[in-house]
Design a protein around this ligand. Structure first.
Ligand code: NDP
Length: 448
């Protein structure tokens, strides 16, 4: 479907032509431009200054060779990326993803989304993203360390505490951030807050590990409260069993919900009594095992091969927290049919565009990723502040700030949606609210 504005449609066509074979990037840009129709109509000055043409073009793309030696002595070569998308409101900020599916188009889509997400947090952070097609699964600690050291050897030239501050994403947790930080420090001989998600003994922030999952629940809770609902007594399905999923489970449970399903890239578990988080945390965080091992310890639970089946489990609230495009139209229709009344995205772009349409058409409360999962990067921003001050806040202090930020994000997305003629559509609201701050900063800074 063509966009109403010929200007926006023209920009979209150029993006597709200039970035061929990058469907995830096209998808992310299309969604944002669709949301901006009314904004462009009200603000012709953005068109005059070429804001849209500039905002869809990364400021810088770095792509590099990452050679390392595996445990058998064989040389391996991966490809590394850092996309520095937009620095209008602060240093580039965004995670690093290690997954075999990573290629330039994935990193661009994530970097583009990050620009608006970071703006929504209200903190001074531009947008960027990076990663590699390296697969940490099945690798020894030594192999992961050698890969991280090689990756950072090149990346270190392009980042800095006031330039670009990477963090974790899929495949990058505390272990990887430690190896990356150690190598940066060794190369540059400086102890700065150049990465976030650091360990607590070397500059990390309390609550960072929990932040994306907790923030997702704070956002969802605010959205539910607005219509007189809550997590209390609700049945929740969460996909994934990584960092976001685990802490979303923990917070949803604290808020009175029962989480009955989790997954990994092989399949999903269903436990009608509620999934035991201690078992999952041990299996995934300590033993690095597959989710199917859960049923060995909890024989009342079921394991099913394949990921999509998780959305057939009846639930009140769904929190997709694994990866992009994991809920398609058919899965969305099943969720609606089973009475699901709220969906909030822990992962980045987990719902396909026609799945989102199904949710919105059926009045499902829908929290889009760039608003709902912004708690991770917001707390990374708080880690940067603590590093700059050389101070550390308590868990309660950071958690309170995180909750406040998520509630503000919800209110801003809701209000922007209403103000620009899209009441109740938080996809449009988040895109508009995130866009306006960046666009105004770009306007003030001239043609750069
Ligand atoms: P983790 O690596 O900790 O966990 C990812 C989980 O998703 C794992 O259970 C993994 O299963 C599953 N998964 C990954 N890829 C696929 C796939 N292609 N198909 C099915 N399942 C898959 O990552 P995070 O929890 O950090 O990230 C999850 C999502 O949240 C991502 O979209 C990320 O961009 C987003 N996000 C993360 C933030 C953070 O702070 N960590 C912040 C904001 C967004 P398996 O183990 O089998 O690979």
């Amino acid at each position: 479907m063509a966009l109403k504005s010929a200007y926006l449609q023209g920009v979209l066509e150029t993006v597709k032509k200039r970035n061929p074979a990058e469907p995830e990037f096209h998808q992310a840009v299309t969604e944002v431009l669709e949301s901006l129709e009314n904004v462009i109509e009200k603000h012709p000055e953005f068109q005059a200054a070429g804001i849209i043409e500039r905002i869809v073009e990364p400021e810088r793309v770095v792509m590099f060779r990452v050679p390392w030696v595996d445990d058998s002595g064989k040389v391996q070569v991966n490809r590394g990326f850092r996309v520095q998308f937009n620095s209008a409101i602060g240093p580039y900020k965004g995670g690093l993803r290690l997954h075999p599916s990573v290629y330039l188009g994935i990193i661009k889509f994530l970097g583009f989304e990050q620009v608006f997400k970071n703006s929504l947090t209200g903190l001074a952070m531009g947008g960027g993203k990076g990663g590699s097609d390296f697969d940490p699964k099945g690798k020894s600690d030594g192999e992961v360390m050698r890969f991280c050291q090689s990756f950072m050897t090149e990346l270190s030239r392009h980042i800095g505490a006031d330039t670009d501050v990477p963090a974790g994403d899929i495949g990058v947790g505390g272990r990887e951030i430690g190896f990356l930080y150690g190598q940066y420090k060794r190369l540059r001989n400086e102890f700065t807050g150049v990465l976030t998600g650091k360990g607590l003994t070397y500059g990390g922030s309390l609550t960072r590990t929990e932040a994306t999952g907790y923030g997702l629940c704070y956002f969802t809770d605010a959205m539910l409260r607005d219509v007189g609902k809550s997590f209390k007594g609700a049945t929740v399905v969460i996909s994934g069993s990584g960092n976001v999923a685990i802490y979303a489970h923990q917070k949803a449970t604290q808020l009175g919900a029962k989480v009955v399903a989790l997954s990994d890239s092989n399949g999903y578990i269903y436990d009608k009594n509620g999934i035991n988080l201690d078992t999952v945390k041990r299996l995934k965080e300590v033993e690095r095992k597959r989710i199917k091992e859960y049923v060995k310890e909890h024989p009342q639970a079921e394991y099913h091969e394949g990921c999509a089946g998780i959305w057939t489990i009846p639930c009140d609230i769904a929190l997709p927290s694994a990866t992009q495009n994991e809920i398609d139209k058919a899965s969305a229709e099943i969720l609606v049919k089973n009475g699901c009344f709220a969906v909030a995205e822990g992962a980045n772009m987990p719902s396909t565009p026609d799945a989102v349409e199904v949710f919105l058409k059926n009045g499902v409360l829908f929290g889009p990723a760039k608003a709902a999962n912004a708690g991770g990067v917001a707390t990374s921003g708080l880690e940067m502040s603590q590093n700059s001050m050389r101070m550390a806040w308590t868990f309660e202090e950071v958690d309170a700030k995180l909750k406040d930020i998520m509630e503000n994000i919800y209110a801003n997305a809701r209000d922007a949606a209403a103000q620009y003629g899209n009441k109740g559509n938080f996809v449009a609201g988040a895109n508009i609210a995130g866009f306006l701050k960046v666009a105004n900063a770009m306007m003030a800074q001239g043609i750069v």
